[in-house]
Design a protein around this ligand. Structure first.
Ligand SMILES: *[C@@H]1O[C@H](CO)[C@@H](O)[C@H](O)[C@H]1NC(C)=O
Ligand SMILES: *[C@@H]1O[C@H](CO)[C@@H](O)[C@H](O)[C@H]1NC(C)=O
Length: 146
């Protein structure tokens, strides 16, 4: 019982320590099917258009035992698919400010996987070793190419 309470406290403290995320994954949509080994455009929207030059973004992926057994909020700790400058810009085809990042889905993956996007204070992204400013994730279904 005490242990449960402590876990609850930790979860609550952790949740309140995390700044509300303004970034969100427009595409691929949750539960989308993607092909292992293929290139996928990760379209990252930002609810709070702000000066993002000089900051970084990391896209990572983590296999899950099943769609309901993903590790939860990612912080760039899965297999890193992209880490580099975050340049959220306005494009004429959408109201939302966004950045497209093309990543290759690892060919070794199959089944449910959690795609994470983490925004870091420096352009090196997760490689900077600093904690992320905000992060979000979505769950995909990875299938083999044949
Ligand atoms: C952000 O960086 C881009 C690309 O380097 C540049 O074109 C743009 O002017 C910069 N924006 C600001 C507000 O500095
Ligand atoms: C970003 O990717 C989407 C597809 O996910 C595409 O419709 C859109 O045109 C792309 N935007 C740019 C600026 O390349």
């Amino acid at each position: 019982m005490f242990k449960l309470f402590v876990q609850f406290l930790c979860a609550t403290t952790f949740a309140s320590a995390v700044v509300a995320s303004n970034i969100f994954i427009i595409s691929p949509q949750a539960s989308s099917t993607v092909v292992a080994g293929s290139n996928v455009i990760v379209e990252i929207g930002d609810l709070q258009p702000k000066q993002t030059n000089g900051t970084g973004i990391t896209v990572d992926i983590t296999p899950c035992a099943s769609a309901s057994e993903c590790p939860g909020v990612s912080q760039g700790t899965g297999q890193v698919l992209y880490s580099g400058p975050y340049i959220a810009e306005h494009h004429n085809d959408a109201d939302a400010v966004y950045q497209n990042i093309t990543v290759t889905i690892p060919s070794s993956l199959s089944g449910a996987a959690q795609l994470g996007v983490s925004h870091y204070p420096l352009s090196a992204g997760g490689d900077s070793g600093l904690p992320p400013l905000e992060y979000t994730d979505t769950i995909l279904n990875v299938v083999a190419s044949n």
